[in-house]
Design a protein. Structure first.
Length: 137
């Protein structure tokens, strides 16, 4: 009798784990998000990274644009990206870093700044995480 209970318990645990795996691997993107489109755009941004500082700065600008597209696709409204980001703050696991990356983008566009390749990589990692948080990647 005891061995039958153990076998049944093991079977229940196995089925539960199997269900969790199925749910995790078949998770759909949120409404309005075409994950494949965002994935291709992201790969294009990453593929251009190199030693040219201006190209790397454009990668940050383009990543910021992609994040804004994801915010709009998820239905976050606002006149500006900043307004949309405020409404979406609860979606981001590290909202402070997302804001810092966006501010870096603003500095690139409005000031003459120098960014090392390592800084570019860190900023892009933040954007990638934010896009994942929104279900775009």
């Amino acid at each position: 009798m005891d061995s039958l209970i153990i076998i049944m318990f093991a079977a229940i645990v196995f089925v539960a784990i199997l269900l969790l795996v199925i749910i995790a691997t078949t998770r759909k993107a949120p409404r309005g998000i075409d994950r494949e489109e965002f994935r291709l755009k992201w790969l294009k941004i990453e593929s251009k990274l190199g030693d040219d500082e201006s190209v790397n700065q454009m990668a940050i600008v383009n990543a910021d644009k992609l994040l804004d597209q994801a915010l709009k696709a998820r239905g976050f409204s606002g006149e500006t990206m900043a307004e949309r980001m405020k409404k979406a703050e609860g979606q981001f696991k590290d909202k402070k870093s997302v804001w810092l990356a966006h501010k870096l983008r603003n500095r690139i566009v409005h000031e003459e700044i120098t960014i090392k390749k390592s800084g570019t990589k860190r900023a892009l990692a933040v954007y990638k995480r934010a896009l994942r948080d929104l279900g775009a990647l």
